[in-house]
Ligand binder design. Structure first.
Ligand SMILES: [Mg+2]
Length: 218
């Protein structure tokens, strides 16, 4: 028998901010980014928010910055950062939705463009069954290669990654749910039988209304 999953986006859906901006600020504080690099991140994040930029090339640029750095060190810093800056930001309505789906016997899946290390920490802390995110690749000697696993988990890539996961876990996407705030997630919202739009951007709000999709504010 097939199962049902509830997929959740992270940034501006489960939490009320773009976590990449908080990460960049923390990196700046810790001396891992120059002021110019921080400003670049904020600039790109602004374009990203309005879907004005190619997310994959933006992530590639960010990862290039970490080439040859220790993967273990990144994991350690991501874990500390998550517990210091993200953990407490889970929106109350998101917690209620997670609990509701769990009681209904659905699988909880974090489906995010953010990087694997942060996604894993979030998933384990908030009680998810699985996470699907962007995994930076290792060079075989414990260092980051500067590249990212493909397909990139964004837009249509989120659908490809979710479909593969669903097939491996005998999950029926037509019976499943996806919660997101962003128009960039339209392909995945269309792929599941139960799209749920959360505090949407204006473009997604118009579309959700025209299609009769539930719009949540939490
Ligand atoms: Mg989002």
């Amino acid at each position: 028998m097939s199962r049902i999953a509830a997929f959740f986006d992270l940034d501006r859906t489960l939490i009320d901010v773009n976590s990449a901006i908080l990460w960049a600020r923390a990196e700046r504080r810790d001396g891992n980014l120059s002021l110019l690099q921080l400003l670049k991140v904020l600039y790109w994040a602004g374009l990203y928010h309005f879907s004005l930029v190619n997310a994959e090339s933006t992530a590639d640029m960010a990862l290039a910055h970490y080439r040859n750095r220790s993967m273990l060190d990144l994991e350690h810093r991501a874990r500390n950062w998550f517990h210091r800056e993200i953990r407490h930001r889970l929106r109350p309505g998101a917690r209620r939705a997670l609990d509701w789906h769990q009681k209904a016997g659905h699988l909880l899946v974090l489906l995010t463009t953010s990087f694997h290390q942060a996604a894993r920490e979030a998933a384990e802390t908030w009680g998810f069954d699985a996470w699907i995110a962007n995994r930076p690749l290792e060079d075989g000697q414990g260092r980051m290669s500067g590249a990212c696993e493909k397909p990139f988990c964004y837009g249509a890539g989120k659908v490809a990654r979710a479909e593969k996961w669903a097939e491996n876990h005998r999950v029926d996407l037509q019976e499943s749910y996806f919660y997101s705030d962003s128009y960039t997630d339209l392909p995945m919202l269309e792929r599941v039988g139960n799209p749920r739009v959360v505090a949407p951007d204006p473009r997604l709000l118009r579309l959700a209304r025209s299609r009769g999709w539930p719009v949540l504010s939490w």
